[in-house]
Design a protein around this ligand. Structure first.
Ligand code: KG4
Ligand code: ZN
Length: 355
């Protein structure tokens, strides 16, 4: 993987040898990443291109939907062409099995760019297309790095927009055990970082600072200790604000370490509970917050305690990409069939509603 010039400074690409089997083109534009990827019929990533507009949003401390939508319009064509060319496919008439595109959840203006492009390509190339739930896409990410993955799997899916504990009986068969009742874990990281005067996105900054601090430096509550799988981060965020207003002498690194420890503790407690009550072969992390060092270490420890496989995807697979959408789409195309041409974008599509 490397960073390249022509598409802009933020583009990342992955290219592998194409096994020459039927392939699916994936398209992802639900938030600030414009992404396209080719995955072959055996769930191998053949090419993956991700162009992010995050630099345009930094000054605002969060993704600005209008800017994200405009960036997708400018970038979708070159990104798709690059993904096809990297896969050794004819960008004008690729020999593919179908097109998979994120049709929800996400920002409506952003989703519509990818969905419209996917429909246009499907018509032009006479191939089927399928709308994919973005969260189901994240659930397919571990499979792309471990094709011999064994089910059932317990997955903690934590990103800037979502926090869920999902039991996966097999690919495409999932039960949401619990989810956040307010902010997502990544959202809490971003909001706390903003309060502390750190940059956006806040997760990597807090994670880095936390390595130098003491988790006992600031007394914070561990929220949601109840007998369920639901999560909540809004109270913790408020607690950080209150505690730092009261104890102004606590070093920033200690604040970061204390917050990080409280987030990880809540997530890991709930995940442990899920593992105690469901027999699974493995545990997986997914979503942007899966990059978090405390969470990765904690999940690895849980896997070892329960004697099960641990799946910690690489960063490229944790954050938004189109390979995971292509993988979910490949499964959906084969198991369920294509979507109708009048499929609408659904900005609030719940994972529990995916059939
Ligand atoms: O999945 P993602 O790339 O985008 C979506 O939200 O869909 O996740 C981005 C989120 C941001 O909130 C960011 O602060 C968080 O993931 N994040 C982290 C870390 N790296 C990224 N949170 C905690 N620790 C990290 N190392
Ligand atoms: Zn995502």
């Amino acid at each position: 993987m490397g960073r390249l010039g022509p598409l802009g400074p933020s583009v990342t690409r992955v290219t592998a040898a194409y096994a020459g089997r039927v392939a699916v083109l994936g398209i992802e534009t639900s938030c600030d990443e414009t992404a396209a990827a080719v995955v072959d019929g055996d769930f191998h990533v053949v090419s993956s291109v991700v162009e992010s507009s995050i630099d345009q949003h930094r000054a605002f401390g969060g993704v600005v939907p209008e800017l994200a939508g405009r960036a997708h319009v400018a970038t979708i064509g070159p990104v798709v062409r690059r993904a096809l060319e990297d896969a050794g496919l004819d960008a004008h008439d690729p020999d593919i099995e179908g097109i998979a595109v994120t049709s929800g959840p996400g920002l409506i203006g952003s989703l519509l760019v990818g969905l419209s492009a996917a429909k246009a390509f499907a018509l032009a190339w006479s191939v089927p297309f399928v709308g994919v739930n973005h969260l189901e896409g994240h659930l397919f990410a571990p499979l792309l790095e471990r094709v011999d993955l064994e089910w059932p799997l317990m997955t903690l899916l934590v990103s800037g927009g979502h926090s869920l504990i999902v039991l996966q009986a097999g690919p495409g068969h999932h039960t949401v055990l619990g989810e956040t009742i307010d902010d997502a874990a990544g959202e809490a990281y971003d909001k706390v970082a903003r309060w502390l005067g750190l940059g956006y996105p806040g997760g990597p900054e807090i994670d880095r600072l936390a390595q130098e601090g003491s988790p006992g430096g600031l007394a914070l509550p561990v929220s949601m200790v109840g007998d369920d799988y639901d999560l909540s981060f809004s109270g913790l965020k408020t607690a950080v604000v209150r505690a730092t207003q009261k104890h102004t002498d606590v070093p920033l690194a200690d604040v970061a370490a204390s917050f990080q420890s409280a987030v990880a503790e809540q997530l890991l407690r709930k995940l442990r509970r899920a593992l105690e009550h469901h027999e699974v072969r493995g545990v997986a992390l997914a979503g942007g917050v899966a990059a978090n060092s405390a969470l990765r270490a904690g999940v690895a420890e849980l896997a070892s305690d329960f004697g099960i496989e641990c799946h910690l995807p690489t960063m490229a697979m944790c954050t938004d990409n189109a390979a995971m959408i292509a993988a979910a789409g490949l499964y959906r195309l084969r198991a369920v069939g294509p979507s109708p041409m009048d499929l609408a974008a659904n900005p609030n599509w719940q994972l529990a509603d995916v059939r």
